[in-house]
Write a protein that binds this ligand. Structure first.
Ligand code: OGA
Ligand code: MN
Length: 289
């Protein structure tokens, strides 16, 4: 046995120490797989992963999935997607727009605009900007537990329409970097409905599934009432006390349980380069109340 776990911060998560793909034994694999739903977020530092290693490590936690948006897949490694915003090669200090923020993605859980949101993801830092570019995480099982009783009762049984919506644009933008392929291959996704509170398929814990970037409206409510309730829940969930923001270093890997957490990308200056590789764990089930 080579790995050890330590708390990541007060709000959520665990840091995995001693993770070395070449030395992982079966006991380590079992502990890692179990630690993901138990902690929601796992961080390992100082790794040096090829795309093949990344996929191998993904299999410790589940089945690697192929992301539905072909434009962001890594050539030759369909299980790996590349997240890279900015046009570092063309834009220098002093150029118009060089200081603009790029690569921001508002709070979301991945793929909630599809019928079977992913089980999780493994995000690996290859190139990191000198400032900014953090990723924030929130544990939505903890958030659900902390909701006032009145609010828990109000949202019992509600369902939410999710769609890629305005983010379609952002993904087009990300896909039009020199790292990825034809942005025209971003498909149109039909809206889907998920329960606002689901039971985690493995732990049975209740999770407030708000995915604000993709949640468009609450089924059966007037537009104003729906928008107001979604805003109230988002404000409650995104309180500082529930969140962790990771200051990335090259070689860091963060694994999240996407059935239990949401995340945000804070963005970075256009003149800096940020390249992340990500694999996706297949969900394969509908999330039910
Ligand atoms: C993702 C994602 C955020 C980031 O990989 O799903 O949202 O900070 N990444 O790169
Ligand atoms: Mn994401």
């Amino acid at each position: 046995m080579t790995i050890e776990f330590a708390p990541l911060c007060d709000a959520l998560g665990a840091e995995v120490r001693g993770l070395d793909l070449k030395r992982l034994d079966d006991a380590d694999r079992a502990r890692l797989a179990k630690a993901l739903p138990e902690n929601g977020v796992l961080l390992a530092r100082g790794l040096d992963l090829t795309p093949e290693d990344h996929v191998t490590l993904t299999r410790v936690f589940g089945d690697p999935d192929i992301h539905p948006i072909e434009a962001i897949r890594l050539e030759g490694h369909p299980e790996v997607i590349v997240l890279a915003a900015g046009r570092f090669d063309q834009i220098r200090e002093g150029d118009p727009g060089a200081e603009d923020l790029v690569g921001q993605i508002s709070w979301h859980s991945d793929l909630t605009y599809t019928a079977f949101p992913s089980r999780g993801a493994l995000l690996y830092a290859r190139t990191i900007p000198p400032e900014g570019g953090q990723t924030g995480f929130i544990d939505l099982a903890n958030v659900y537990d902390a909701l006032p009783d009145g609010l828990k009762q109000r949202i019992e049984g509600l369902e939410v329409v999710h769609s890629l919506g305005p983010l379609q644009q952002a993904i087009h933008q990300a896909a039009s970097t020199d790292y990825a392929r034809d942005p025209a291959t971003v498909p149109d996704f039909e809206p889907v409905v998920h329960p606002l509170v689901h039971r985690h398929p493995e732990t049975g814990r209740r999770v407030l599934d708000i995915s604000p970037a993709f949640a468009q409206s609450i089924v059966g409510l007037e537009e104003d009432e729906s928008a107001e309730l979604l805003r109230e829940l988002r404000e409650f969930a995104t309180q500082r006390r529930f969140s962790y923001f990771h200051p990335w270093q090259v070689g860091d890997l963060i694994i999240w349980d996407n059935w239990r957490t949401m995340h945000v990308a804070t963005g970075h200056k256009r003149r800096h380069r940020r390249v992340m590789h990500r694999t996706t764990l297949r969900g394969g089930v509908a999330l039910s109340a």
